[in-house]
Design a protein around this ligand. Structure first.
Ligand code: GDD
Ligand code: MG
Length: 356
């Protein structure tokens, strides 16, 4: 079984953390996010993975190499200019080994999902579909691809990111494509699978099926989702094959120094070389390699980048702190604020007051 993983996006919503590191390589529950996906694909019977890279392509290859450590074979195909989601799929076709009638799995590189990949493949095979999409239901569908289906699970439309979603059933970013459908995507220009390929296949009467599954699902592409997903893995809300420690309130990696009087909870991750001082409270957050959280600081639902410094009694709620940034003592930051790489916030210079 083969899979294509789409990892060429720029991860703008997670900047500044993604300025040097592509989104799928950000540390997530103790390992690069993609490790969770690769091990899940492997467990579902995937032996060969082709990574469709573009932005910061070298980072993937340097870390995963030929994939042997994870029990898979990984090939990399890099787009010179981003080719869009379908363009990227078409662009890797030359590395696929499947025959024209074989199913090929395609996954977005930022999806944390507990769904049954084998069952999705089985539905695709049994009903001879051209494409079978994993679908999930969300409360607010506006940020996703909306996918209405009929009573036989046939997809009847595909509307990417609409202000007035026609259904809360959305594209979950994991597809089975019959190989020859991939070969028919135009090869010479950027193409969007969501805006072009799916609508055109539907128009042409192709069998596109929806595979609805209600297990855990999350797109980790925003800071809030990223910290939630990481915490959910650490606390065992969703299982993965790549958690480098036991499930629990916190994942404290070797080489981190956490004062006995600090409180780490909610599925937080404390990476190597991190120092957490007395009285600090870290909840549902990721504290990356070499960062320092000083005495009495509070960090909730936040990502603190490598080597960043959080000063004494600073309070962070839902914040991203870029690599090497310094948040001075006593600051209070909240609600999606992003501190840029190497920036400095002087002591006691920002207070947050929620609007009434
Ligand atoms: N190789 C390559 N080239 N990869 C790309 C490109 C490209 O030009 N553009 C995007 N990608 C990759 C991203 O790295 C990511 O893994 C995946 O394609 C999806 O891109 P996102 O930027 O994360 O899209 P989204 O989250 O807004 O929407 C997509 O995912 C939703 C589910 O999470 C769409 O597929 C929606 O329909 C879907 O609901
Ligand atoms: Mg996404």
């Amino acid at each position: 079984m083969e899979a294509v993983v789409l990892v060429g996006g720029q991860g703008t919503r997670l900047q500044p953390l993604t300025l040097r590191t592509p989104k799928p390589m950000l540390p997530f529950a103790g390992v690069p996010f993609l490790t969770h996906q690769i091990t899940r694909l492997h467990a579902a019977g995937v032996e060969h993975i082709v990574m469709a890279t573009s932005y910061r392509a070298e980072v993937f290859h340097e870390y995963f190499g030929n994939g042997r450590d994870l029990g898979v074979r990984i090939d990399y195909v890099t787009e010179v200019e981003p080719m869009g989601t379908a363009g990227a799929i078409r662009n890797v076709a030359k590395r696929l080994e499947s025959g024209p009638e074989d199913p090929v799995l395609i996954v977005n590189g930022d999806i944390l999902s507990g769904h049954d990949i084998r069952a999705q493949l089985e539905v695709h095979r049994r009903r001879g579909a051209a494409v079978t999409l994993h679908l999930v239901e969300v409360e607010d569908a506006r940020a996703f691809g909306c996918v209405p289906t009929d009573s036989h699970s046939r997809v009847t439309g595909f509307i990417e990111k609409s202000d007035k979603p026609v259904t809360n059933r959305i594209n979950a970013g994991c597809y089975v494509f019959t190989r020859d459908v991939i070969d028919r995507i135009p090869a010479d220009r950027p193409v969007s699978v969501e805006r072009e390929t799916f609508p055109e296949l539907l128009e042409a009467g192709a069998i596109i099926l929806g595979y609805v599954d209600t297990s855990y699902w999350l797109d980790v592409g925003t800071p809030a989702a990223f910290v939630k997903g990481s915490a959910d893995v650490v606390t065992g809300v969703v299982e993965t094959y790549a958690l480098p420690g036991p499930v629990g309130e916190a994942l404290i990696l070797d080489g981190a120094v956490v004062h006995a009087g600090a409180r780490i909870s909610g599925g937080s991750v404390i990476e190597p070389r991190v120092k957490i001082d007395a009285g600090a409270q870290v909840t549902r957050s990721v504290i990356a390699d070499g960062a320092h959280v000083a005495a009495g600081a509070v960090v909730e639902d936040s990502i603190v980048g490598r080597r960043a410094e959080i000063g004494p009694k600073a309070r962070l709620y839902g914040v991203v702190v870029g690599e090497g940034a310094q948040v001075g003592a006593g600051n209070e930051l909240a609600n999606g604020i992003r501190i840029w790489t190497d920036a400095t916030i002087p002591d006691a210079s920002i207070r947050f007051t929620p609007l009434p």
